[in-house]
Ligand binder design. Structure first.
Ligand code: ATP
Length: 260
């Protein structure tokens, strides 16, 4: 199954997660989590340290076997058709750096081959241009600055034209100017390519600027969900940051009806 052999369907969400669970002994790291990411939508997956964000993302990426529940990418059941589902998604995070001894072009080429991209040279060339990497194409990735590495990681994540993009703190190590440029690029992916994006961040101002919707996770459960502009006021908070802090410190008082 190649990355491009099936056309994304507009009427099914890019991602549907239903009653997802991950248990480690008595600990429910992820506990009956259900949500969707539609095409063209940027959804923020927020929560304090240890809330279950990375565990959720790793299950969506097929890296961790869920204890229960279902993941569908572009309508395709990850468990039943793993290759086809994963061909529709990609991922970027600061902690998954590309091999530092390979150049930017070599890295992109190797990942394109791994993803079964049909037009490897064209695709790599287009993304090198799009992410302003032409002058760095022959440079080893290990020598790049954080901002440059983030741009390469995003280019790599788009090689297979994913309909779902998972971004774990994509701007974490960037200066404010580089972070703004990267945010602009990612917003562009959602609007022009109709990519569904699941974004984790601890920067609430960034989340307010970028995300169409947020999910606030605590102790493995989704406690709150809504638009970042209106959610704080609905729960008596002045800002998303204030609401986040309240959820982090007193998760039970922030619990939505029916979430218990
Ligand atoms: P952070 O913001 O710090 O990255 P997170 O929301 O991504 O946190 P997770 O990494 O998903 O949190 O962890 C959720 C919970 O599951 C934590 O309590 C963590 O200690 C626990 N956990 C994660 N992996 C394992 C494991 N392999 N074995 C046991 N417990 C685990």
């Amino acid at each position: 199954m190649t990355a491009e052999s099936e056309t994304p369907s507009a009427d099914v969400p890019a991602l549907r997660v239903a009653q997802l669970e991950k248990h480690y002994g008595a600990l429910k790291a992820v506990d009956r989590v259900s949500f969707e990411v539609r095409h063209g939508e940027i959804v923020g997956l927020l929560g304090p340290n240890g809330a279950g964000k990375t565990t959720t993302i790793n299950m969506i990426l097929g890296l961790l076997e869920p204890s229960a529940g279902e993941v569908r990418i572009g309508g395709i059941d990850l468990r039943a058709r793993r290759g086809a589902a994963l061909a529709r998604t990609n991922f970027a995070a600061v902690y998954s750096a590309l091999p530092g001894n390979l150049t930017v072009r070599q890295n992109l080429r190797i990942f394109a081959l791994l993803y079964d991209v049909v037009d490897v040279a064209d695709r790599v060339g287009t993304l090198i241009e799009e992410f302003d990497l032409t002058h760095l194409a022959g440079t080893k990735c290990g020598l790049l600055s954080s901002g440059e590495q983030t741009r390469v990681a995003l280019a790599k994540a788009l090689l297979n034209r994913p309909e779902l993009l998972l971004l774990d703190e994509p701007t974490a190590s960037l200066d404010p100017s580089a972070a703004q440029l990267v945010r602009g690029k990612i917003k562009g992916l959602a609007t022009s390519r109709r990519c569904g994006i699941l974004w984790t961040s601890h920067n609430m101002l960034e989340v307010e600027a970028v995300c169409d919707r947020v999910l606030l996770l605590s102790h493995g459960r989704i406690l709150l969900e809504g638009e970042p502009g209106s959610l704080p006021a609905r729960h008596g908070a002045a800002s998303l940051e204030e609401l986040f802090i309240r959820v982090a410190r007193e998760p039970l008082s922030a619990r939505l009806d029916g979430a218990a």
